[in-house]
Design a protein around this ligand. Structure first.
Ligand code: HEC
Length: 151
């Protein structure tokens, strides 16, 4: 019984690979990049934000495998639409929210850090002088939400 479930699951996994959505991993040409205030900011954004908010997305091997590929494709399409650091020649109403989004821990999304342990912020990237990293805050926010959810 357990074996047949496994076989069915594997067959399904094979079948969903044929869905074309999630397979479009293009990096269209960069138009105009944001004029960064410093190389350090650019590096930080490159590590934490570019995969979803630029045209220089790095597509890891698992971005080819459904169903993860669908989630990644969706994130990149939505992300590029709202804020695109490679299209600084067009009006982007949401872009000024970027620093707040990072500071509040809203961005990068938690699911991204989960898939890419490399994006965790290091202690040297504390960015508010109060000794807390965006990730600490993210964790605290999560804890608050959990508590709120329980009572
Ligand atoms: C895993 C993909 C992904 C990464 C990485 C990511 N974002 Fe986003 N971002 C999105 C998506 C998808 C949206 C639009 C929908 C939403 O709000 O979830 C978005 C929305 C935004 C918005 C619009 C306002 C808002 O909060 O909805 C801002 C600003 C933003 N991101 C900034 C950033 C910054 C700055 C970074 C890096 C620190 C970053 N994002 C990293 C996927 C990502």
């Amino acid at each position: 019984m357990r074996r047949s479930i496994l076989v069915v699951a594997l067959v399904m996994l094979g079948v969903i690979q044929a869905v074309p959505y999630g397979g479009n991993h293009t990096n269209p040409p960069v138009r105009v990049e944001l004029p960064w205030d410093s190389e350090r900011t650019r590096r930080l954004a490159g590590r934490l934000c570019f995969d979803c908010h630029s045209k220089v997305t790095v597509w890891p091997w698992f971005s080819q495998v459904a169903p993860i590929s669908w989630l990644i494709q969706r994130d990149v399409e939505h992300g590029r639409r709202v804020v695109n650091f490679s299209e600084w020649d067009r009006r982007q109403n949401e872009a000024p929210e970027s620093a707040t989004a990072l500071r509040s821990g809203e961005m990068p999304p938690g699911r991204y850090a989960w898939l890419r342990p490399g994006v965790r912020l290091s202690a040297t990237e504390r960015e508010d002088g109060r000794g807390t990293t965006a990730r600490d805050r993210m964790r605290r926010k999560g804890a608050r939400q959990t508590r709120a959810g329980h009572g």
